[in-house]
Design a protein around this ligand. Structure first.
Ligand code: ATP
Ligand code: MG
Length: 220
């Protein structure tokens, strides 16, 4: 993310995820949020060592970073940040949002998540500060109807509905888990993820059975 290009940017969307691998569900979500909320930029933030997932259970962060970079290349509004993958410790969303809030004062921050992730919000560290620092855009995801989210989460947090906007996107029942399973079974993943990502996965033999954590040389 270059500071020169970030200068005139006012509304910034942050899209956090494991991105193991990134897929069309993530991209459609980010693009719809960008347009609906007039975001000047969407920054994809691949997680380093996700606190809610077992260490070693996810693919090397460098692979995930490179696949995310390949996926967003064709969209001038999209960029990728290394902030979480540079951290050695578990990456909590609050640290990432604080990082962007400090470095980009005067900007309005939006955190884009799927409906399943917003359901986890109560388990997130410092969620109250999170709600002060950014506005959430919670998008529909098959299996997680928005009504259910409103009914379960909203009554528990006063004022939540002012800080969380719900957005319906064209339903895409794609998950990274589904893609990993298909690759391991030798099934095609064409059109589930952008072609450069598909090629990267095959080139590096990611998600093949018996190849749990594929490492890549650090390119720094
Ligand atoms: P996994 O199956 O490994 O959990 P995932 O597909 O859920 O992967 P994540 O990297 O965990 O992908 O998700 C990052 C963010 O994108 C989360 O907020 C998640 O809710 C959202 N998301 C993922 N897939 C979709 C989808 N198909 N539609 C809408 N949102 C999605
Ligand atoms: Mg997930």
């Amino acid at each position: 993310m270059s500071h020169r290009t970030m200068k005139d940017v006012k509304n910034i969307g942050l899209m956090g995820g494991t991105f193991d691998p990134i897929h069309m569900g993530h991209l459609v979500t980010a693009e719809e949020a960008r347009q609906q909320f007039a975001l000047d930029r969407v920054v994809f933030v691949p997680a380093g060592y996700p606190p809610h997932k077992e260490k070693g259970a996810v693919t090397d962060p460098e692979h995930r970073y490179l696949m995310t970079t390949l996926a967003v290349m064709s969209n001038p509004f999209f960029t990728v940040s290394r902030v979480e993958i540079e951290r050695k410790e578990a990456s909590y969303t609050i640290n990432t949002v604080r990082y962007f809030a400090e470095r980009l004062p005067g900007r309005r921050l939006f955190f884009i998540t799927g409906a399943d992730a917003i359901l986890e919000i109560l388990t997130w560290k410092d969620y109250r500060e999170l709600l002060e620092l950014c506005t959430f855009i919670a998008v529909t995801r098959p299996g997680y109807p928005l009504d259910q989210v409103c009914d379960t989460v909203a009554p528990k947090i006063p004022g939540l509905l002012e800080k969380v906007h719900f957005l319906e996107i064209p339903a895409l029942a794609i998950s990274s888990t589904y893609i990993r399973e298909r690759v391991s079974r030798g099934l095609t993943i064409k059109y589930l993820t952008p072609e450069p990502v598909e090629q990267y996965i095959h080139k590096h033999g990611l998600y093949l059975p018996g190849k749990k954590d594929c490492s890549v040389e650090k390119r720094l």
